[in-house]
Design a binder for this molecule. Structure first.
Ligand code: HAM
Length: 430
């Protein structure tokens, strides 16, 4: 390691070296597998977009748009922005490809992508982070909200996180939120001078965002405020009740939290976050909600949508704190040599077994049989295949099931097929 390298990765970014890559691959692969099982297809959009996609989509009073975007003019004089979040680009793409509108149906998509935000780096807050996200576009009912949340919970469980907390809220729609904003302003007006400077600006622009403030005194001031959920219009109330019923039907526990207002402007009705105590101040593992007006804001036909983004660095952090180990890469067979003559044959046999579809390995150091068997156990191999002089002479090998201990001599030509059939219905030792 160089003590004072001339160059370092930019502040708020990180390298993933090979010793950490396995963990990354595990949490990414689990995300893909969970999404695929639930019928989501992958979508990939460019790393940068026309700046307007975010400015319009996310909202030009939000922190993301006013303070955090990596925006620059390209050589053609166009303003472009590195992906500041995942949802607006997905909607831009679906609109561009004519997927929305009459007969457009329901789209279930997922993405795994870097996100760029110029934030003050701290534990769990980066300038380049990675999100696994999903969106259901075209489904207006509460079942879609519960489906999205269910995929998030199932994903976290798949990587061993079962003690996260789901916080649920509804921020209403254009109809009821306008009236509620006035109510909130009336409540906060006598306390205006006590609000922090940021919240005084929020008071004018979007007082709901004061719920998001981390300044302790602002939190105290807002704690007694009327809650949006108590002022929903009839349609929003019915939707919110529907989401809760659909979550209960899935056995998913949640807490109602009027503080979940989210930092992006496109949300309507349902908002949610899943938090974890091991994370500290930046405690959201994932966040999302419904955005029924976003497609129109981006020039498309009115189309409902709901989704979440999950911070993968935070998932990684929690799995490490919980001591969850990625499953060891499963080895079907460890090919071991019991004699000097056989030592030259284990490599070729592993090579052949791989071509027959098995994950197989051998000891390239030619160590003792005992050392090789220890290695087979360490690598979690399901079977050992042992070659000795007798076996070599007969064109056979000893196949040993390392779980049951059952073993037998098998012709080399039949090794792969026999291993698979033993795996399917394990013969018991006599
Ligand atoms: P978001 O809440 O801005 O939502 O980000 C989603 C998740 O990404 C957060 O809960 C957190 O885990 C992670 N995250 C956000 N910023 C950072 C950061 N600076 N460093 C590390 N992790 C971070 C969205 O981006 C929405 N597009 C989610 C969504 C999808 N809503 C509907 N569909």
């Amino acid at each position: 390691m160089t003590a004072n390298p001339r160059f370092q990765a930019p502040r708020g970014t990180h390298d993933v070296l090979p010793q950490h890559a396995a963990r990354w691959q595990w949490i990414e692969e689990a995300f893909r597998a969970t999404c695929r099982r639930a019928g989501f297809g992958e979508i990939r959009t460019p790393t940068f977009e026309d700046t307007e996609v975010f400015a319009r989509g996310v909202g030009d009073t939000t922190d993301i748009v006013t303070k955090q975007m990596y925006t620059f003019e390209d050589r053609g004089g166009r303003s472009v922005t590195l992906r500041a979040e995942g949802t607006a680009p997905v909607l831009r793409a679906l609109i561009q490809h004519g997927a929305l509108g009459a007969g457009g149906g329901v789209h279930k998509v997922f993405y795994l992508t870097p996100i760029f935000r110029y934030e003050r780096p701290q534990a769990g807050r980066l300038r380049e982070h990675h999100q696994g996200g999903i969106e259901i576009v075209g489904a207006p009912g509460p079942e879609a909200d519960a489906e999205v949340i269910g995929v998030g919970i199932a994903y976290l469980a798949a990587v061993g996180i079962t003690d996260a907390e789901l916080r649920l809220n509804s921020i209403g729609d254009a109809v009821c939120r306008t009236a509620y904003r006035d109510l909130l302003r009336a409540y906060l007006k006598p306390k205006f001078d006590e609000l922090c400077p940021d919240c005084q600006v929020r008071f004018e622009r979007n007082p709901l965002r004061i719920f998001d403030c981390k300044v302790p005194h602002c939190r105290e001031l807002i704690a007694g405020a009327p809650a949006m959920v108590d002022h929903l219009c009839a349609d929003c109330r019915a939707h919110f009740d529907g989401v809760q019923a659909a979550l209960r039907a899935r056995g998913i526990a949640f807490t109602l939290d009027p503080g979940i207002v989210r930092g992006l402007d496109y949300y309507t009705r349902t908002t949610f976050e899943v938090t974890h105590g091991a994370l500290g101040a930046q405690d959201a593992l994932l966040g999302g909600g419904r955005y029924d007006g976003l497609a129109e804001l981006l020039g498309g036909p009115p189309t409902p949508g709901v989704g979440f983004g999950c911070g993968l660095e935070r998932v990684l952090l929690v799995t490490e704190k919980l001591g969850v180990q990625p499953p060891a890469a499963a080895l079907d067979a460890y090919v071991a040599a019991a004699s000097a003559a056989a030592a030259a044959q284990v490599g070729p046999l592993a090579y052949r077994l791989r071509s027959e579809g098995l994950a197989a390995d051998f000891d390239p150091l030619g160590r003792s049989l005992k050392a090789q068997m220890k290695e087979a156990a360490r690598r979690n191999a399901a079977f050992a295949i042992i070659l000795g002089d007798d076996e070599l002479a007969a064109g056979e090998a000893t196949l040993r099931d390392l779980t049951t201990g059952h073993q037998g001599r098998v012709a080399v030509d039949r090794l792969a097929a026999t291993l698979l059939s033993w795996r399917k219905s394990p013969p018991q030792p006599a």
